[in-house]
Design a protein around this ligand. Structure first.
Ligand code: ZN
Length: 347
């Protein structure tokens, strides 16, 4: 089969690799129908997070079960399924608590020895604890398939941030980050009943999507000017709930400064860079809570799936470029140069 392999920073290739096979009785082999490129894939692409030459890449995909191991109970050949961005056994204490990202038997797609999602097929370990079945009819609905793909990462991650920030009906929310995760954070906050949603971002194309997803206000400034603008919009107090979806020192510092005393920050931006941007003294004095981390999206899919299927929420606008598998290197360039927000792959 063909799959995407990272050889070095800025050196992504689509090449022939061995077909995935059933190795454990709990495995399935899945034919990928839709995959995509993630902002967090760009850290490997830019050399900011280490990868071994020859590693597979990609962690967001959905597709059709082609083969199932003898102990797989929940899925059969032909089922349409979506995969969260980590696999998990579904039976340990962490999985039972809904923290599949800490599953001791779990793993990250594309880690050494595993398949990545940006290819024609994937071996899925612990299929029963990992995959979620989708209605067969969705396979012929192009827009719906695109919306469902967001369940594998960005929609659940945006939701995780909104939950961490303590968004509830009537909340005033601010969202730091106008990438796909930040935009899904806006959508998640709206879905949880936020009354006012302030989106921080300066790319019109993206902030237009933020408004479509429920943002009531947009702040284009950055740094101290952004803090002043958010405070002005909130009568000087700041927002009850703040979503941080970037992971830089600057974005975390802004998040702290725009949070109302007694408020909470839900952070899901993969931390990178030297410092944290967190001033514990300030957070202590102002009783600001911080909650979040890598999102256990498998725990959220059952809750979010019905709303995507019914069209109550439609995250598909975050995908603004569609490519075939052979164009994946160009897709990485487009996201790296920010000419594309999120790239959809049809293998
Ligand atoms: Zn587990």
């Amino acid at each position: 089969m063909r799959a995407t392999v990272i050889h070095a920073p800025h050196d992504i290739r689509v090449q022939e690799v061995p077909d995935p096979t059933i190795q454990q009785p709990t495995d399935v082999v899945l034919r990928v129908l839709r995959a995509c490129i993630c902002g967090s894939d760009l850290w490997a692409y830019r050399g900011e997070s280490a990868r071994q030459p020859g590693q597979r890449i990609g962690h967001e995909f959905l597709g059709i079960v082609e083969e199932a191991g003898s102990e797989v109970a929940g899925f059969a050949v032909g089922d349409l399924v979506v995969a969260p961005f980590v696999w998990s056994d579904g039976s340990c204490e962490y999985c039972a608590e809904g923290l599949m990202t800490s599953c001791p038997q779990g793993g990250f797609w594309g880690s050494v020895g595993s398949d990545g999602g940006q290819g024609e097929a994937v071996r899925v370990p612990f299929a029963d604890g990992t995959l979620v079945k989708l209605p067969a009819a969705a396979a012929s609905d192009d827009r719906l398939l695109t919306a469902l793909l967001a369940l594998s990462d960005v929609l659940g991650t945006g939701h995780h941030a909104a939950v961490g920030a303590g968004v509830r009906p009537g909340s005033t929310v601010a969202v730091v980050g106008d990438g796909a995760v930040g935009l899904c954070g806006v959508m998640a906050a709206k879905r949880l009943g936020a009354e006012r949603i302030i989106a921080l971002g300066r790319h019109q194309v993206r902030t237009d999507i933020a408004r479509r997803f429920g943002a009531t206000d947009v702040v284009a400034e950055r740094g101290e000017a952004a803090v002043a603008a958010v405070r002005e919009l909130t009568g000087g107090a700041g927002a009850h709930a703040v979503i941080e979806a970037v992971g830089t020192e600057q974005s975390m510092r802004t998040a702290v400064e725009i949070t109302r005393d007694g408020g909470s920050i839900g952070y899901v931006g993969v931390p990178h860079g030297s410092g944290t941007g967190l001033d514990l003294g300030v957070m202590f004095d102002r009783n600001i809570a911080l909650r979040g981390g890598v999102a256990p999206v498998r725990a959220y899919i059952p809750e979010l799936l019905p709303d995507v299927l019914s069209g109550t929420i439609d995250p598909s606008p975050v995908f603004d470029l569609t490519i075939g598998l052979d164009e994946v290197p160009a897709g990485y360039r487009a996201m790296d140069e920010r000419t594309a927000l999120k790239v959809l792959i049809k293998p």
